[in-house]
Unconditional design. Sequence first.
Length: 475
Amino acid sequence: MQPRGQEAAMADIRHAEATGRDRPERRTALFEPVACVPLDRPVSLIETGRLMRENPMSILPEALFRETILTGPYIGKSVHEISGPAEMRSVLQENFHAWRKSPLILRMLRPILGDAILTAHGESWRRQRMSLQPAFLRRRIERFIPIMDEVAAATVERLARAPQPVEVQSVLNDATFSVIEQVLFSDAVEFDRAGVRAAIEVILEETGTMRMSDLVPMPEWMPRIMSLRALRARHVFRKAALAQIRRRRAQGDPGDDLLGLLLKMRDEKTGQKLSDTDIRDTVMTFIAAGHETTAIALTWTLYLVANDGETQERLRAEADGVLDGALTPEAMARLSFTRQVIEEAMRLYPPAPILGRRAVEPTEICGRPVKKGDVVLLAFYALHRHRTLWEHPDHFDPDRFGPDRRPQDRYQFMAFGGGPRACIGASFAMMEAAIFLARFVSRLSFTPVEEADVYPVMQVTLRPRGGMPLRIARR
Ligand code: HEM
C-alpha cells in the first residue's frame, strides 16, 4: 500500500482548520491512486483538438478543481466548464428545458441508436422514459440477481485460471456483456453471441474515437460518416436483434425478461405497441449504455481494492457474512460497505467523466448569462475531486460514503448523472457491481502489478490506458 503523502496530510489539517472541525478518528494511511494531469496553461483551438483526440481528460484546466465555472470562447460562442453542485443542478434540473445533448454526441450516437431513449429529445424522450422506467424499478430488476450471480461465479473461475497477471478490463467487459445479453435475450436461439459481441465492439470503438473534424460545429441532424467496417457491424447486430424480436412475436409469449417487457410496452398516448425498429434501437441502447460503464466501474474498483489491503479485508468480511446462503434481495441489502467502495471508485473514476450540452435558448448558470448555442461541459471528474468539496479529494476513502459522512447534496456525486435524464439503469448497475465485487473478494485476492503504468483516458468512458493488469490468486 502506498503511504499517504505529506501534502494530503497538510490538506486535511488545512481543511479541518478551515471548517473549524476536529478531524474524527479515521484511518491514517489512505491510498492515493493515479489521477489525470490537469491542464495548467492556455491552449489554442488546434492544440485543444489534438489533446481531445489523444485524451479529452487532458483539457480539464487545473482551475476547475478550485473554481466551479470557467467560461471561454468557442467559435463565435462560449463554452462553460462547470464543476460545482449548484451549477450541475442548474443545467440538469432547474434549466433542463434550455439544454440539449451536444450535437457531436447526437451525431455520433444516432446512426447506431436511432431515436431511442438515450438520444431522443422532447416528447419522444419523455414518452419512452415514462414507459421504460417501471422496468428498472428495484423489485423488477431483483429477478435478475441469479443471472448476475451465475456470471459472477463463472468470472471468478476465469480470473483464477487465467495466466498471471490478468488484464481484468476485458474479462469484466465480457462478464457485463454476458449479463445484459442474458437479461435481454434469456432464451435466445440461433443467436451468434460471439459474432454479435464482436460487432458491438466495432460499433462502440468507432463511435468512441474522436476525430479532428468533430471539433467543427455541424448541425445535429447531419450524421457522422461511418466506416464500411462499422456499417457492416451495425448490419450484423441489427439482423441478429430483429431475428430474436420476430421469433418472440411469432411464439405468442413475449416472455418475462427485458425484451419481453419491451414487446409488451404500449405508447401511453396512442396505445400502440413499439415497432420492431424501436425495440431494436432500445435493445442496442441498453447494451451500449449498460455494459461497458459497469465493467469500467468494476475495473477501477478492483485496482483500488488491490492497492488497499485493509479495504479488501473489510470487503471480504462483509461478503463472507452475506454470501453464506442464497443471494436474496435482503442479503444484498447487507452489502453496504461493498456499495460504498463502488461509489468511492466511481467518485475517483466516473465512468462518464464529462458530459456535454448545448443551449437551445438563452439561459443562465448560477447567474452567469448563457447565449443560445453556447456549450456547457459538465466535468464530473473535477466535481468529484474538487478541492473545496472533499477532504483529501485524490485519496481512496470508502468511508466517505458511509451513512454519517455521505455528501448531503445529491449533485455532489454524479456518476449516474442527474435531473430527469439521470441514468435509468443506476440500480441495475449497482446491484450487478455489488454482486460481482462480493463474489470476487470472497473467493480471490487481488494485488497490484508494481511496474504497470496505469493512467485514465477518456474513450466515451474513462478507461485505463492499455488495460488493467492485476495479480489474482485463489484464497
Ligand atoms: C456503472 C454503470 C453506469 C454508469 C456510470 C452510467 C452512467 C450514466 C449517465 C452519467 C447517464 C446520463 C447521460 C446524460 O445525461 O447525458 C446515463 C444515462 C443512461 N443510462 Fe446509464 N450508466 C450505467 C449503467 C447503465 C445500465 C446498466 C443501463 C441499462 C441497462 C443504463 C442505461 C442508461 C440509459 C438508457 C440512459 C439514458 C437515460 C435518459 O436519457 O433518459 N446505464 N447513464
